[in-house]
Design a protein around this ligand. Structure first.
Ligand SMILES: NC(=O)c1ccc[n+]([C@@H]2O[C@H](COP(=O)([O-])OP(=O)(O)OC[C@H]3O[C@@H](n4cnc5c(N)ncnc54)[C@H](OP(=O)(O)O)[C@@H]3O)[C@@H](O)[C@H]2O)c1
Length: 334
């Protein structure tokens, strides 16, 4: 196989240890599309793959990992990769998490994950469906406490089936609660949350960065193909300012937006199944945005999420009621 065309550097913890690569591959896509996309991505040089049981395509991802890496017939060392997966809300009960992790490991064909995340802080009723619904269309909630899920995840680190554990979609208070719970032996190493110029999420990012908890940004391009997109919704990659800045640096709008993310100090996991876009999205480490560019892009903020998990709004652990802005004098940052 030819040498990878592009490489992403890795994030580092304050102690110097390597964490995930700054650019990873998002994998929200149909099982029949993910195989060719992942094959192409690995050939281009992607080594950070963001999976989730929720995507229902981990078997197909596993097939490609077996083909390309030393876990199967391939030549790329498995240890070159950083592979994440997640426990979905219906499996947060400590009696369910092990089964969920075992299914993920079997599907991906891996002995260990680099990172396992609690995908959402709110529990959903155990079900074969990922989104069990009440008659009014809201999600069937469970009162499972994510601290109990966390204790179970700690045992996975001890037994060696995951290297790191972290959270996703947690707000500052929820993270702080985990940090403050007596007797926990591992702190969350990362918080994977939505961040894009339409949802700059400043307060949470600063909160995490001050605690050496790297942020991984999902939907970094604004998730333009989300199934619930409405006609007339603004399209991030078509914003004039993004195009102008792209022209200035001879880059595509997506490259500008992703570069804006990594320059703010977090990792980004754009999804693409298009070979040219996959390459573009990884090719962002040979230019820099100016301070003015950074400000102009941040000014696009609408505090509008692409993924609101609205059906879980009644859960006491629904995470998106906190303000996303920093209040006067930084008072809102704990
Ligand atoms: N933790 C969580 O709860 C959570 C929630 C949502 C998502 N995620 C993760 O985050 C990943 C990314 O989020 P997302 O897939 O929703 O949104 P996204 O990465 O912001 O946007 C993906 C869309 O942008 C298009 N695109 C990609 N590169 C492009 C480029 N260079 N130029 C123009 N268009 C481009 C893609 O189309 P093409 O494929 O046609 O290029 C796709 O329609 C997911 O795949 C998933 O792994 C996590």
């Amino acid at each position: 196989m030819a040498a990878a065309k592009y490489r992403s550097p890795r994030m580092r913890f304050l102690n110097g240890h390597d964490f995930c690569h700054y650019v990873g591959l998002g994998t929200v896509q149909n099982p029949d599309e993910i195989g060719p996309a992942l094959r192409e991505a690995i050939d281009i040089g992607y080594r950070h793959i963001d999976c989730a049981a929720l995507h229902k395509n981990e078997k197909e991802i596993g097939d490609v990992l077996r083909e390309k890496t030393t876990i199967g017939t391939g030549t790329i060392d498995r240890d070159d990769f950083f592979i994440t997966s997640k426990i979905w809300g219906t499996n947060l009960h400590p009696d369910k998490t092990k089964e969920s992790l075992d299914n993920t490991l079997a599907d991906l064909g891996l002995e260990y994950l680099d990172l396992l995340l609690i995908q959402v802080p709110f529990g959903l009723k155990e079900s074969d469906e990922h989104f069990p619904k009440e008659e009014d269309g809201t999600f069937c909630l469970s009162d499972v406490d994510y601290v109990d899920t966390w204790k179970k995840l700690e045992s996975f680190v001890d037994e060696g089936s995951v290297r790191y554990i972290g959270v996703s979609n947690f707000n500052c208070e929820q993270l702080q609660r985990l940090l403050d719970t007596p007797g926990l032996r591992y702190r969350p190493v990362c918080n994977q949350v939505e961040v894009s110029p339409y949802y700059v999420n400043e307060k949470l990012i600063q909160y995490c960065q001050r605690r050496d908890t790297p942020v991984v940004a999902y939907a970094p391009l604004g998730a333009p193909a989300r199934p619930w997109v409405q006609k007339g919704d603004p399209v991030l990659l078509e914003e004039d300012i993004v195009k102008q800045i792209g022209k200035m640096h001879q880059r595509t709008p997506a490259q500008v937006v992703l570069r804006w993310g990594v320059q703010r100090g977090y990792a980004v996991i754009p999804k693409s199944s298009n070979p040219k876009r996959l390459a573009d999205n990884l090719h962002i480490f040979d230019f820099s945005l100016t301070a003015k560019n950074m400000e102009d892009i941040a000014a696009l903020n609408k505090s509008q999420k692409a993924y609101g998990f609205e059906g879980a709004r009644k859960s006491k652990n629904y995470p998106f009621n906190e303000p996303t802005h920093i209040e006067e004098g930084g008072a809102a940052i704990m």
